[in-house]
Every structure is written in structure tokens, then in C-alpha cells.
Design a protein around this ligand. Structure first.
Ligand SMILES: NC(=O)c1ccc[n+]([C@@H]2O[C@H](COP(=O)([O-])OP(=O)(O)OC[C@H]3O[C@@H](n4cnc5c(N)ncnc54)[C@H](OP(=O)(O)O)[C@@H]3O)[C@@H](O)[C@H]2O)c1
Length: 268
């Protein structure tokens, strides 16, 4: 399969108002001259990005303010992405976590996380896969999962579960595709320095975080080169191979101790 060529093509990026999505949108425009459909809940951030990219790079940028925890907004985004331009790629990046004891997570917050990280991603994937299967057009879709999909993280149990779902869903669905010009990619970063990891709960983990520009660069490369699954960073890739050799219960227990220490420090 030949690599994707983003030049003058339309790419959807969800969660483009901050962090990884914001940076991938910027790099797609600045370095690849891609036109963008960008979405998130914060209209001001999206409109600032649109103005920057249109004025500095000269690409076209369309903004749709939408909440991925609201099913009607997900439907609006699908319609908006498939009408009015020829969609070439989609990066389903928007996601949320909860860091703390699962017993302290309310059912309504749990459902919001599942709706954002799982339901919206699987609904959009189904719609876009149908589109590319029916049209036979060239393109690619990448979901942003996490290393937490492979190595479940205690105190982020709900998050790990949602990221595991999308990893398995996308990898399995890849083998069903008939359109040989369309690919599905799972991007599975370790920690990245973004708003998600800004809080003091992550203080102990800050030295492990990857700069967002590097994470964005590797993510775009993974989509472009149609990787099946990609973990950014050589250290993360080596670490993940090593961790797979450890007994699963032991490995998850060790992760739990690390995260528990971070939470305990905040109580003192
Ligand atoms: N940071 C890490 O260490 C790390 C590691 C592995 C994987 N990831 C994954 O990377 C992706 C991006 O996260 P990030 O680190 O860049 O975090 P971030 O800076 O907090 O960005 C999250 C993005 O998702 C959007 N978003 C959140 N909830 C939304 C909702 N209900 N509806 C629409 N948009 C929503 C946010 O926009 P609004 O608030 O404006 O809606 C924001 O643009 C996530 O899927 C995350 O799980 C992150």
C-alpha cells in the first residue's frame, strides 16, 4: 500500500483544541499543506487555530464545535465531515481520563468517559469505514489509543478499559476491509506532556512525558505510513517488549504501586 499523501487533502482531527490533536493539526497544515476539519468543545481555541493556519499557511480549515460525549453531536460531526469536502483522512484523537480510585468515580462521569473514548470513536469509525468501503476511495483513519490499552493502569481503570476497546476494535476491523486503498491505524502513546497530564497528580510521572511535538510527528507518520499499531518513542517500544515478558499480574501490580504513590503524596 502506498503511503498517504496529505497535500491539499481534507483531514478530520478531533480534540484539536489542545495537546496532541492541536499539534497534529498544526503539523498537518504547516508541513503537509493539508486542509482540515477541526473539532472540540472550546470554540475560541479552534477559531484561533483556524485563523493561524489560514493566514500563515494558506490551507482551508473548517471548525465544528461538538461534544463527543453527546451522541447527536457525533452524528453532526459525521455529516459535517462527509459533506462539502472530499474526506481523505481522520484522526480520532479526542479523549478524557480519570486518575484516582475507581470507587470515587461517579457512574455519570464513567459514562461520559465511555461515551467520549469508546462510543463516539466506534460510531465515527463505523461511518467512515462504510464511506471508504462504498466509495473505494484512498484514505486512512487513525484512532488515538494509549499504551494503557496494552498495560492496564490501576487508578485509571476506566480509561485503560476504553483504550483497550478501541485497540481491539480497530485491529480486528482492519482485517475486514475490502478497500485496499484505505487503512486503519492505532496510535498508542505512553505519557505525553499535554493538558491531560498537567495536574499535580502526575507530578511523579512528569520526567517520563514525551514532548507533544514529537508525539504528534510520530502519530502523523504512523497514519501516513499506514501502521497497524504504533507506539511512539524507542524507549517506550523497548519498554513495552520488556513488560510483555513479565507476568501480567505482577506488571499491573507494579504500575499500581507507582500510581498509588503519586496519589498518596497529594493527601499528605
Ligand atoms: N497525554 C498523555 O499522556 C496521553 C497518553 C496516551 C494517549 N493519550 C491520548 O491522546 C489523546 C489526546 O489527549 P491529550 O493528551 O492531547 O489531552 P488534552 O490536551 O487534554 O486534549 C484532549 C482533547 O480532547 C478534547 N475533548 C475532550 N473531551 C471532549 C469531548 N467530550 N468532546 C469533544 N472533545 C473533547 C479536548 O477539547 P475540548 O476540551 O475543547 O473539548 C482536547 O482538544 C487522548 O485520546 C488521550 O487519551 C494521551
Amino acid at each position: 500500500m502506498k503511503p498517504l499523501d496529505f497535500n491539499n487533502k481534507w483531514i478530520l482531527v478531533t480534540g484539536a483544541s489542545s495537546g496532541l490533536g492541536y499539534e497534529m493539526a498544526r503539523q498537518l497544515a504547516h508541513q503537509y499543506k493539508a486542509n482540515l476539519v477541526i473539532t472540540a468543545r472550546r470554540a475560541d481555541k479552534l477559531n484561533q487555530l483556524k485563523a493561524e493556519l489560514e493566514q500563515q499557511v494558506g490551507v482551508q480549515v473548517k471548525v465544528l464545535v461538538a461534544d463527543m460525549s453527546v451522541p447527536d453531536d457525533v452524528e453532526r460531526l459525521i455529516a459535517f465531515s462527509l459533506q462539502g469536502q472530499d474526506l481523505y483522512g481522520a484522526i480520532l484523537n479526542a479523549g478524557v481520563t480519570y486518575f484516582g480510585p475507581h470507587t470515587e468515580l461517579s457512574q455519570s462521569e464513567f459514562e461520559r468517559i465511555v461515551q467520549t473514548n469508546v462510543m463516539s470513536v466506534s460510531r465515527m469509525t463505523s461511518a467512515f469505514v462504510n464511506h471508504f468501503e462504498q466509495t473505494g476511495k484512498e484514505g486512512g483513519l487513525m484512532v488515538v489509543s494509549s499504551m494503557a490499552a496494552m498495560f492496564p493502569v490501576p487508578y485509571q481503570a476506566a480509561y485503560s478499559g476504553t483504550k483497550g476497546f478501541i485497540l481491539n476494535f480497530i485491529n480486528a476491523l482492519s482485517a475486514e476491509l475490502k478497500n485496499k486503498k484505505f487503512s486503519l491505524t492505532v496510535y498508542a502513546p505512553g505519557g505525553i506532556a499535554t493538558e491531560m497530564t498537567e495536574g499535580e497528580k502526575f507530578n511523579d510521572l512528569k520526567s517520563w512525558l514525551m514532548p507533544v511535538a514529537q508525539a504528534a510527528k510520530e502519530g502523523i507518520g504512523a497514519l501516513q505510513n499506514r501502521h497497524f499499531i504504533h507506539i511512539p518513542g524507542a524507549l517506550n517500544r523497548i519498554g513495552s517488549r520488556f513488560m510483555k515478558l513479565l507476568p501480567r499480574k505482577f506488571m499491573i501490580g507494579q504500575l499500581g504501586k507507582t500510581y498509588q504513590k503519586s496519589l498518596d503524596k497529594l493527601k499528605k
